[in-house]
Design a protein around this ligand. Structure first.
Ligand code: NDP
Ligand code: OXD
Length: 314
């Protein structure tokens, strides 16, 4: 029977191990660093595994990322030339949709102000603008961006999406590539970033990008929501934009350094919501079934789904 190796850093591995053992249908499941004979490993299921580890398995057939992002894998200079598969699953997509909708509403409904008012026992209606007056722009119209955009559209927000290649998505205005980026930014009151971290997207959330967002803003200024990757944002620039009024607020789930260092001014910035990279946590109760189903497809000779394009980096 084939053998599955789990290599997980930064998350508790026990829940994954128990779930894989329960779902593996007779396949052996090992948890790094208890690898045994490296030649026995057929599949690796990983999250932030040590660089170089995967190159030590001579009979490896496929690698499964336990998260949607694969930057943790593609940064390994010794990554073997086997298919890299990423997670696409309704559980993870639903979590991200919930995070994006929650934070768009927190900004549109002025929750920072109501929380401050509550502390002071102030009873005052601030009369926020309706969702129909608020234009959300989503950078990254893949699986997660499309689901979040569709949910925001259903709530009445005016939604646009920006991606590398052109798209048609019901109810959503679409923009593609560098040529249409400024038009997309210039119509966005809330900018949601759900891009993958690649050579082309690293550091994209800079001061000059914040300057290009809509200034006739329905929210007193544009707002940034980043749940993609911390490497997409330049935190010094975001702080500058928040402090000089270029941005009216931000929700950040991902950071240049994680965990966010205790000394970061983002922690207690009055305009910022900070969450610990849990916009869409990977839950073994949902995702292990998904990975095992992929392995079963592969063993039946069917093509793997959601294989990463190494040249594009996602
Ligand atoms: P997808 O691969 O489905 O979508 C990526 C989107 O980004 C696509 O629309 C793609 O364009 C677009 N894109 C990529 N590069 C560029 C570029 N250079 N310029 C413009 N658009 C670009 O990914 P998912 O939606 O599944 O996930 C997105 C990211 O979300 C993950 O990579 C991960 O980093 C992050 N994530 C964060 C989580 C969290 O908890 N904070 C949880 C899960 C994921 P095109 O459609 O043309 O290919
Ligand atoms: C992911 C993540 O990529 O959790 O799935 O960040």
């Amino acid at each position: 029977m084939p053998t599955i190796l789990l290599a997980i850093e930064g998350w508790e591995p026990e829940g994954w191990l128990a779930r894989f053992r329960a779902e593996a249908n007779g396949r052996e499941v090992r948890l790094a660093p208890d690898i045994g004979d490296p030649a026995a490993i057929d599949y690796a299921c990983v999250w932030k595994q040590p660089a170089g580890l995967l190159a030590t398995f001579p009979n490896l057939q496929a690698v499964f990322s336990l998260g949607a992002g694969v930057d943790h894998l593609l940064s390994d200079p010794k990554l073997p030339l086997v298919p890299i598969v990423r997670i696409v699953d309704p559980d993870l997509t639903g979590r991200m949709t919930g995070y994006v909708v929650l934070h768009a509403l927190l900004h549109q409904r002025k929750m920072k102000f109501y929380t401050a008012q509550q502390r002071e026992r102030v009873w005052r209606d601030l009369y926020e603008r309706p969702a129909e007056d608020v234009r959300v722009g989503i950078m990254g119209m893949g699986v997660l961006g499309t689901a979040a955009g569709t949910a925001l559209h259903a709530l009445g927000f005016k939604v646009a999406g920006w991606s590398r290649s052109p798209k048609r998505i019901a109810g959503i205005e679409t923009f593609a590539g560098e040529a249409e980026k400024n038009a997309f930014l210039g119509r966005s009151d809330i900018l949601v970033c759900l891009l993958p971290l690649t050579g082309a997207t690293r550091g994209i959330l800079r001061y000059d990008l914040c300057k290009r967002l809509a200034r006739d803003a329905a929210l007193g200024g544009p707002v940034l929501i980043n749940a993609g990757r911390g490497g997409l944002q330049v935190e010094a620039d975001i702080l500058r934009a928040l402090d000089d009024g270029t941005l009216a607020g931000a929700s950040l789930d991902v950071f240049e350094t994680e965990p966010l260092p205790a000394a970061s001014p983002l922690w207690n910035h009055p305009k910022v919501y900070v969450t610990p990279h849990n916009a869409a946590s990977s839950d073994p109760r949902a995702l292990v079934k998904n990975v095992i189903a992929q392995i079963e497809r592969f063993e039946r000779g069917l093509p793997l789904e959601h294989v990463v394009d190494r040249t594009l980096g996602y």
